[in-house]
Design a protein around this ligand. Structure first.
Ligand code: UD1
Ligand code: CA
Length: 472
């Protein structure tokens, strides 16, 4: 198989965005448009990915510093053909060149594979689409037998040509050696005085080279993004595509329009996902997991038969099977819940493990804690893990019972089956199997009166005067 070199055009300014952020860095599902294109290109396992950059180049490179791409500057934007020319000296003659746009983010790898296959054997392979409103796009000109002869840019097209609904998506694949030759023939004699990449079609035809036009099966995947309205449209399409993938994988969605998948989500069988979901990064939902409304889950694993109730935020956490989380729970990075754990409302868990069957049902903070099995953490318990400078660990062994309102001042250890009396402040080891509590003795103060407000004092004084009894 021939090597594939991908060239992503990303030098345009994107003036219509009216933004300080370069167009290709505008976010789609929380990631730059260009990052989506690079991710798709990587799926093709190409030899190299070149990104042609210009406007806001430093910002683009900084935002995608980790991307495995080669950066090619295009100091002056003299057209799409000129942009591709900048990368050509770096590409071997025997490669297949695949041209992508940094602002066409929804393109699927499967479509691109077909495009590359069409270019094998020496053809120029174009990706086209039939769209309801072709205004602004280049139109595909075909002769009577259907063969493609040229692309007419909208601004250069005649009235008749403008009625053609088949448009140029801009994406194409071609053998490098031939493309190099066609590009060398480009002239700027057009409405925009630019080197149009589209003119390689006429050059190929003149050379007697085959031009294959692949009509995109889904028009949505070739949508370009030029302004904020199109950005929102593409976001909606993306959301719909990702929701459909989840449903195809067997998940039941309360409303596919109200879920945002911004990453890779894996679902087991019979998962139920309620409305207003945001799933970010790598998320795994086990068989029969149910997710209540209004939550965010990021880079986390949720076990089988676990119920996540409404309004939870789960970030880089691992939740076992048959757990119950929320409503209003927050699992922070490093939270690990083993099986059958209950974490209830207004409970925050950070870098802590809760052993099987343990419960923290109300108003609790567990930070840097190792909690054993079948532990009951009472309402309002707080691990005081931070002394203002360092974080300290808390250990709670199997079967311990922590009374409500306890402060566990770390580093601290609660032994197996220990019981902590409610309202205690525990700063030393609490031995296993025993009751430990710190509690001031309860006293009742005799002869104490509540302070009175001014008008109450006056009234009391009058009563005292009238009855002759002095006010106590
Ligand atoms: C281009 C096509 C048109 C097609 C349309 C699809 C040409 C001449 N026209 O038109 O047939 O229907 O895309 O959206 O190719 N870019 C550079 N350097 C440049 C110019 C552009 O990197 O000097 C990049 C832009 O950042 C963008 C892409 O190339 O990602 C397309 O450029 P744009 O100016 O938007 O092309 P269109 O006029 O829309
Ligand atoms: Ca464009």
């Amino acid at each position: 198989m021939t090597h594939v070199s991908v060239v992503i055009l990303a030098a345009g300014q994107g003036q219509r965005m009216k933004s300080d952020l370069p167009k290709v860095l505008q976010p789609l599902a929380g990631r730059p448009l260009l990052a989506h294109v690079i991710a798709t290109a990587r799926n093709l396992a190409p030899q190299d990915i070149y990104v042609v950059y210009g406007h806001g180049g430093a910002a683009v490179q900084a935002a995608l510093a980790d991307a495995p791409v080669k950066w090619v500057p295009q100091p002056e934007q003299l057209g799409t053909g000129h942009a591709v020319m900048q990368a050509m000296p770096l590409i071997g003659d025997d490669h297949c060149v695949l041209v992508l746009y940094g602002d066409v983010p929804l393109i699927r790898a499967a479509t691109l594979r077909e495009l590359i296959a069409n270019a094998a054997g020496g053809a120029l392979a174009l990706l086209t689409a039939n769209v309801p409103d072709p205004a602004g796009y280049g139109r595909i000109l075909r002769q009577a037998d259907g063969r493609v002869t040229a692309i007419a840019e909208h601004r250069d097209a005649t009235e008749d040509e403008r009625r053609i609904p088949e448009i140029n998506t801009g994406l194409l694949a071609a053998p490098a050696a031939r493309l190099r030759g066609w590009l060398s023939q480009l002239r700027k004699d057009n409405a925009q005085s630019e080197y149009y990449l589209t003119d390689v079609v006429a050059a190929a035809v003149a050379q007697g080279c085959r031009v294959e036009a692949l009509i995109a099966a889904q028009e949505a995947e070739v949508r370009g993004v030029n302004d904020k309205a199109q950005l929102a449209q593409v976001e909606a399409i993306y959301r719909r595509m990702r929701a459909h993938e989840l449903m195809e994988a067997g998940a039941t969605l309360a409303d596919p329009a109200r879920i945002d998948v911004r990453g890779e989500v894996e679902v087991g069988r019979d998962v139920f996902i309620d409305v207003n979901a945001v799933l970010i990064g790598d998320v795994r939902l086990g068989d029969r997991a149910t997710i209540g409304p209004n939550y965010v889950i990021r880079d986390s694993t949720i076990g089988a038969d676990t119920e996540i109730h409404a309004h939870c935020v789960i970030d880089r956490a691992t939740v076992g099977a048959r757990c119950s989380v929320g409503p209003f729970a927050r699992l922070r990075p490093g939270a690990t819940l083993r099986d059958r754990v209950h974490v209830g409302n207004f409970v925050e868990v950070k870098n802590s493990e809760l052993g099987a069957g343990s419960k923290a049902n109300h108003l609790t903070y567990l930070g840097d804690a190792r909690v054993g099995k079948d532990v009951n953490v009472g309402a309002g318990t707080i691990t005081c893990n931070y002394d203002g400078a360092n974080k300290w660990p808390t250990t709670i062994e199997d079967g311990a019972f922590i009374g409500s309102g306890s402060m566990l001042v770390a580093p601290v250890r609660i032994g197996a089956k220990a019981t902590i009396g409610a309202g205690s402040t525990i700063a030393g080891t609490a031995p296993g199997g025993k009751l430990t509590l710190t509690r001031a003795r309860q006293t009742t103060v005799e002869g104490w009166d509540r302070p009175l407000k001014a008008d109450e004092q006056e009234r009391a004084a009058k009563i005292a005067a009238a009855t002759g009894k002095p006010k106590t």
